[in-house]
Design a protein around this ligand. Sequence first.
Ligand code: F0G
Length: 456
Amino acid sequence: MPKTLIEPFRIKSIEPIRVTTRAERERMLQAAQLNVFKLRAEDVLIDWLTDSGTGAMSSRQWGAIMEGDESYAGARSFYRLERVIRDLTGMPHFIPTHQGRAAEKVLFTAACKAGDLVPNNCHFDTTRANLEYLGVEALDLVIAEGLQPSLVHPFKGNIDLARLEALLHKDAARIPFGMLTVTNNTGGGQPVSMANIRDCAALLHRHGKPFVMDVCRFAENAMFIKMREPGYENKTVREIAQEMFSYADGATMSAKKDGMVNIGGFIVLRDERWLEPVRNGLILMEGFPTYGGMAGRDLEALAVGLEEGMQEDYLRYRLRTAEYLGERLDAAGVGFVRPTGGHAVYIDARTVLPEMPVQHYPAWALCNALYLEGGIRGVEVGSVMFGKRLDDGTETYHSMELVRLAFPRRMYTQSHFDYAAEVIAEVKDKAASIRGVRITRQPRQLRHFTADFEWV
Ligand code: F0G
């Protein structure tokens, strides 16, 4: 067998990307106040801002779109997707929403009250924000290995079961349910092992608590289990995913990831404990239960996408792509969160800009440098995203300075990755000339999306 792992698809429809000059990029970044969120997408060559809703659909999905039944109630497209989701999750109640955060909002509004506490390996930003909005404390209990970027561990997304158990003893009355996010996005796209999922569910159930999973990237997680967890090498990804779901009482999903669609999401529930308030909340916030927040055509595209997202040649190629970029970064002496995760590579900016003080936001500076050097857009996961300006004018900083390069599904080929690796190596060589930034204007919350900067 030839060793090269190829993209397991060929290209039928293309979307041109525009090569710009360095002088143009200097101008455009300046016009965006040195904030890549404010660039126009057409001025970006390789857009690795997020893997969410940005992928390419297949010809089968585009075909299915034409089959969409747009009936308000009882659409055929709803029942088709319901069959696929019941088979995958084993859960009878399927509630469609327009994306992941809507699923979170509807479920949490039904299941939580102010003063509650919800543990997770790591809450994603919107999960945390939706809980905190309801006055609920969102607690991250990922294993200690999950917080050390350079440490290699097969399942860095695992939850610390001892800390979860201690919490269940101490604070049981405040805990409406426990969660696991698969894969753990905030921790670097790292997987959770089947053993950890099983033990977490058993522990919660022993304490009479339901177990809810955030399953945006369930297929990537299942593939990691197949590749890394003894006993699963000969099971299919579908069987592994089915087993993952079998331990849960409910799940929220952003279908914009492993659902292989541009928009969509859902809640699934095993029993009726939250069903009534969830249905009522859905009607209020999203739509009638047989379409929720989705058009009939999007329900069809998701029914096909969920199946395609579990294809093993696709998943092998996808996980290998991230690993390959990691190898190229290694060769260039650029540090990153190890091992590489499912959907993204997280560059450790301190290994490129070791001298830059945190006050000059090294990960933000690196993000800007990647755009200026090669038109690549990533996202800072550092002290702009997680730090804060306090009322007395002082700042708090994040423990890590990372740049996330997240890969849209089925969109970029190996030569795009080779190009990116060259750009990153070039940036590292020129590190001495990279300038830090200062914030000139910022909102109180989620400042990274809209803040303005100037060069130090
Ligand atoms: N949960 C996880 C683990 C996520 O990564 C996301 C989105 C959501 C929930 C919310 O889903 O965007 O459909 O409302 N993550 C994207 C990202 C935005 O770039 O990582 P959504």
